[in-house]
Design a protein around this ligand. Structure first.
Ligand SMILES: [Zn+2]
Ligand SMILES: [Zn+2]
Ligand SMILES: [Zn+2]
Length: 163
């Protein structure tokens, strides 16, 4: 019932994201109680599944309501800035672009150009390395290949670097 009503309502939306739309429509107080309601949670997850091509786990609210193609969450409305989240493929489930990591902070001192990642499809938690010279990304501590850059050395360009 909730689901049907929400989908009908949301069909009328124009520029707003679903979470914004429902919050405005229903009022903050009612919305706040709704977001803990199992029926509502299910309804939003279903809405995301019907409207978005590629839906995955949202790292912020933990719901399966994140549109990977459009980069926003149907449930909590998180919308990362461009280049805030890096993306790479998942070697566990094989999906392209389904692993996210904190691209903004990956090159901060002490991180060794790596950050924890999360696959939005299979919940794998790899450690992701991003080369600061050429931008190549791969999973740390998994298979190693000759072509891989590593901390302190860019294999693509054949140069060493410090930090
Ligand atoms: Zn979310
Ligand atoms: Zn995966
Ligand atoms: Zn490199």
């Amino acid at each position: 019932m909730v689901r049907v009503v929400l989908c009908l309502l949301y069909d009328n939306y124009e520029e707003k994201k679903p979470a914004e739309y429902f919050e405005e429509l229903l009022g903050w107080d009612f919305y706040r109680t709704l977001i803990n309601d199992k029926g509502y949670i299910r309804a939003i997850q279903q809405l995301a599944k019907e409207q978005a091509k590629d839906v995955g786990l949202c790292p912020i609210c933990g719901r399966i309501a994140y549109s990977i193609e459009d980069e926003f969450c149907y449930f909590c409305n998180v919308q990362p800035l461009e280049d805030e989240w890096g993306r790479t493929e998942c070697i566990v489930c094989g999906r392209k672009n389904s692993v996210i990591y904190d691209k903004m902070n990956i090159h901060l001192g002490g991180n060794h150009h790596s950050m924890p990642g999360l696959c939005q499809h299979c919940d794998a938690h790899p450690q992701i390395f991003e080369c600061p010279i050429c931008g190549q990304m791969h999973w740390l501590y998994s298979d190693t290949y000759d072509w891989m850059c590593y901390d302190g050395h860019c294999t693509t360009q054949g140069v060493d670097y410090k930090d």
